[in-house]
Design a protein around this ligand. Structure first.
Ligand SMILES: Cc1ncc(C[n+]2csc(CCOP(=O)(O)OP(=O)(O)O)c2C)c(N)n1
Length: 483
């Protein structure tokens, strides 16, 4: 990569944060998008326009659920994350409560055209004051390439392996055309994120929508036909060709409506009066305190456990088994997954709580136990383990941590799983280690019983996992000092 200042500027439009810390370390300018994906390009066009029009302090970008879920890591403006498909309601609330705000709704085709379609049409029909940037990549990207409302007839996706059959799944939905049936929108355009010439047109459309918001003229909707090489299983160039040729045939690009000149720019009304402490107290007075349910065994206390590793290592099912073992032992439990939207190289972690009383929150900041399936997991979470806590780590994939006083026990889980004939079952070896450690105060058989439950659909795997569990138990009994 060139270090010439000009190229740095081109890589990093103003309007973005200086660093993207999510990936950490040297990759702090890397986004989570796949090579050739249209999202990164559109991010750049939006960030640039937001900065050029001086709108960063007024802009509030609503990130969707979908590949663009991490918008708030990149855009240096106000950021809100909405539930799947709910950006139109969130945007309407922002626009109405914050008269100065420039509301930017960023949504994919699943978010906007499936789960959120009703809200999309209602907000457009009301002419809410917002710009909608709609990324149509013809699939659900983040979840692995399922059929979207915009999937082309005959297009193969994970859920239409023989090609989309319009007889049973309907026709590709034309969102711009649908919205163009409504009287309120000011501006509707469809662009392509492919060739330089098309990207220039997309850039102009982004700027137009942004100007409409700057001047408070009303609702603007811009659709971007966007390549998704990963889920189309095409190279970036071929994915762009698919957009230019196949998608553009179904969804003709162009401006469907521009009433900017007919709609007057509107001055901002005065902001709403903020709530006073007396107003808040009046509301609180009406709330009834809910008594806590009786605890089963308050003396048992609460054990907070985090497991973390790469996607594909079975981290989330490990957490399920831990919580399941606690439940089978008559405890209150919670299980709370957290995983990235990356199609490649994502991380996964989850939290489990095992408690003698009702659990207030499944979100953990302090841990009694960490189970780390790789080095990044140790690097990230070891510091959250209490001084007298326990860290179990796969010693084939991570080094003993040096920055914590918590007890750290290395278990060669990957090797034990390979030796027991099931290389993918390192998580089962780590489950045996957790059972042996006694840290969860749950009977060891409860953990091994969970294997039968987890693999009930694949009986051959039950016996194989039990072998791994037994081998790892033997190793732990011989090598891990009892507490
Ligand atoms: C309420 C709810 N339903 C379903 C999901 C699973 N889900 C996550 S992203 C997604 C679809 C995303 O597709 P799209 O909006 O086209 O965005 P892309 O990832 O392609 O950018 C789905 C169905 C969810 N997270 N929440």
């Amino acid at each position: 990569m060139s270090t010439h200042p000009q190229s740095q500027r081109r890589l990093h439009a103003k309007g973005f944060y200086d660093e993207f810390p999510r990936k950490g370390g040297t990759a702090s300018r890397a986004t989570h998008y796949c090579a050739g994906c249209g999202h990164g390009l559109l991010h750049k066009l939006i960030a640039e326009a937001m900065h050029d029009f001086g709108l960063q302090d007024r802009a509030i970008l609503i990130s969707p659920v979908g590949c663009a879920v991490f918008g708030y890591y990149y855009f240096d403006c106000g950021n809100v994350q909405a539930a799947h498909g709910r950006a139109p309601a969130v945007g309407a609330a922002l626009a109405r409560c914050l008269p100065e705000a420039v509301v930017l709704s960023y949504q994919g085709d699943g978010d906007l055209g499936s789960i959120g379609l009703n809200q999309t049409l209602q907000a457009a029909n009301r002419g809410e004051r917002m710009a909608v940037f709609f990324v149509n990549n013809a699939v659900y990207g983040m979840t692995g390439g399922q059929m979207a409302p915009t999937t082309l007839a005959g297009q193969k996706t994970v859920t239409t392996p023989n090609g989309r059959d319009v007889e049973t799944t309907g026709h590709p939905l034309h969102l711009c055309e649908l919205i163009n049936t409504l009287p309120a929108p000011v501006y509707i355009e469809r662009c392509l994120l492919t060739t330089p010439a098309n990207i220039q047109k997309a850039r102009r459309a982004v700027r137009k929508a942004m100007e409409i918001q700057r001047d408070r003229r009303g609702y603007a909707f811009v659709e971007f036909l966007s390549p998704c090489p990963t889920n189309l299983h095409l190279s970036p160039l071929d994915a762009a060709k698919f957009v230019d040729e196949e998608m553009a045939r179904e969804f003709p690009p162009g401006c469907l409506r521009d009433r900017t000149a007919e709609v007057a720019a509107r001055p901002a009304p005065p902001p709403l009066e903020p709530l006073t402490p007396a107003d808040i107290e009046a509301v609180l007075d009406k709330c009834v305190a809910v008594p806590a349910p009786p605890g089963l065994d308050p003396d048992f206390g609460t054990i907070r456990i985090k497991m973390a590793g790469f996607g594909g290592q079975g981290v989330l099912s490990y957490g399920m088994m831990v919580a399941g073992a606690g439940l089978a032992d008559g405890r209150h439990v919670s299980w709370f997954p957290s995983y990235g939207p990356e199609q490649r190289g994502g991380t996964a972690n989850c939290s489990a709580v095992i408690s003698g009383s009702a659990i207030g929150s499944p979100v953990l900041s302090h841990l009694q136990v960490l189970v780390a399936f790789n080095q990044p997991a140790l690097d990230r979470f070891a510091r959250d383990v209490e001084a007298d806590g326990l860290i179990l780590y796969d010693s084939c994939l991570a080094e003993k941590p040096t920055t914590t006083t918590a007890r750290a026990l290395g278990v060669p889980a990957s090797r034990l799983a390979i030796e027991a004939g099931l290389p993918k079952a390192a998580n089962t070896a780590m489950l045996a280690a957790l059972a042996c450690s006694g840290a969860c105060r749950v009977a060891s058989e409860r953990f091994s019983d969970m294997l039968a439950q987890t693999f009930a659909g694949k009986p051959a795997l039950i016996a194989a996992n039990r072998r791994v569990f037994a081998a790892a138990t033997e190793w732990c009994q011989a090598n891990l000092r009892p507490e």
